[in-house]
Design a protein around this ligand. Structure first.
Ligand SMILES: Cc1cc2nc3c(=O)[nH]c(=O)nc-3n(C[C@H](O)[C@H](O)[C@H](O)COP(=O)(O)OP(=O)(O)OC[C@H]3O[C@@H](n4cnc5c(N)ncnc54)[C@H](O)[C@@H]3O)c2cc1C
Length: 336
């Protein structure tokens, strides 16, 4: 039996699973390219999903108005039409040129690819962590930075910390399964959209402001004792015992990851310079979306959606001329 893990081999590797990387993956699928998408966050959707899932986007063709979350859900559905490999929770830490294209490295391993499409937006996203001594020991057990599986919180006493749309959204989602939900914010006012705040007010979520988390301790019966400091007052510290804590403090974007890659992509103002075919200074590496720049570029979803087919077609023409695939989507057999 072959025990050694074979190196995974792809035609196209898309670094970044934001809306633009997702559309590039769909388009690569249409061209029968063996494709992987590698995304540092645990979910696809980039800025749209992470920063404004509840915002109504007005400037995507075909939708008079669509919520960020729904746009990404639609794209995820579109991706299911093709056998693509989607890796989430994995940041690309290096790309090295070799005779067959590039070796792509993440903390989980390496894979070989003929061409790379860099769709990294403003950089690798990571959730902003709770800055409390000892917090790491609770991470993944009772401290979470996203709600991936709602069922895990069924019947639990849950605290959500944060003041933006995502925090309110998570508190409202948890309300449907949890025994109780407390939403903690360091300011008296929430910065979420007005209609989200209205939904919050109409809910059973217990809103606690203005408080900051100062300490976490395990209780003897396995719960979490959260020490809360009142903000702007000398009042005594408060305590609340919960089963789980979900911290929703937003995201940091790390652009430095790209600078550490062995391939040296020419940059202009921290954006990757590309030509009309979305080719970077390194042949075989293309860049699209918010992370790419050229004269006249605007960082918009619609513009990135246009760049994705240009990059995929350039790759197919250059590296796989024998299987350029359909030019129009109608040449694919539609699903019943
Ligand atoms: C508040 C707000 C509102 C907006 N409203 C609109 C609007 O109404 N209309 C509009 O057109 N645009 C809008 N935009 C801009 C729009 O969101 C961006 O143009 C779009 O998200 C760009 O998509 P992208 O896929 O290029 O990049 P991103 O959405 O930034 O996605 C890039 C992804 O790559 C991942 N990544 C980065 N580095 C790595 C790595 N090394 N390894 C693995 N993964 C990596 C990141 O984690 C991220 O998920 C808005 C932006 C913001 C912040």
């Amino acid at each position: 039996m072959e025990l050694k893990r074979m190196t995974e081999n792809y035609d196209i590797t898309i670094v970044g699973g934001g809306p633009v990387g997702m559309f590039a993956a769909f388009y690569a699928g249409m061209h029968n390219a063996k494709t992987q998408v590698i995304e540092s966050l645990t979910e696809l959707g980039g800025q749209v999903n992470a920063l404004y899932p509840e915002k109504t986007i007005l400037d995507v063709a075909g939708f008079p108005g669509i919520k960020g979350r729904d746009l990404i859900a639609g794209q995820a559905e579109q991706l299911k039409q093709f056998p693509l490999t989607i890796k989430t929770g994995e940041a690309v830490t290096n790309v090295t040129a070799n005779a067959d294209g590039f070796l792509v490295t993440t903390p989980k391993g390496t894979s070989q690819t003929r061409a790379v499409i860099v769709a990294v937006g403003n950089g690798a996203f990571a959730p902003r962590k709770l800055n409390v001594a000892g917090a790491d020991a609770f991470t993944g057990q009772q401290l979470f930075y996203s709600v991936r599986d709602l069922e895990k919180f069924r019947g639990k006493r849950v605290m959500v910390a944060g003041g933006g749309d995502a925090a309110i959204d998570q508190a409202l989602m948890l309300e449907s399964v949890a025994q109780s939900v407390t939403l903690l914010h360091r300011r008296a006012q929430f910065r979420g959209l007005a209609h989200m705040v209205d939904l919050l007010e109409a809910s059973t979520v217990n809103v606690k402001t203005p408080y900051l988390i100062r300490d976490l301790q395990a209780t003897t019966d396995g719960a979490l004792d959260v020490t809360l400091k009142p903000v702007g007052s000398t009042a005594e510290m408060a305590h609340q015992v919960v089963d789980d804590l979900v911290v929703s403090y937003g995201f940091t974007a790390d652009h430095s990851a790209l600078a550490a890659w062995d391939v040296d992509l020419a940059e202009e103002r921290r954006l990757i310079a590309v030509d009309r075919q979305m080719t970077t200074s390194v042949p075989g590496i293309y860049a699209i979306g918010d992370g790419a720049t050229y004269p006249g570029k605007s960082p918009l979803i619609a513009i990135g959606y246009g760049e994705a087919p240009i990059a995929v077609q350039a790759i197919m023409t250059t590296y796989f001329p024998d299987r350029r695939g359909p030019v129009h989507s109608t040449s694919i057999t539609p699903k019943p």
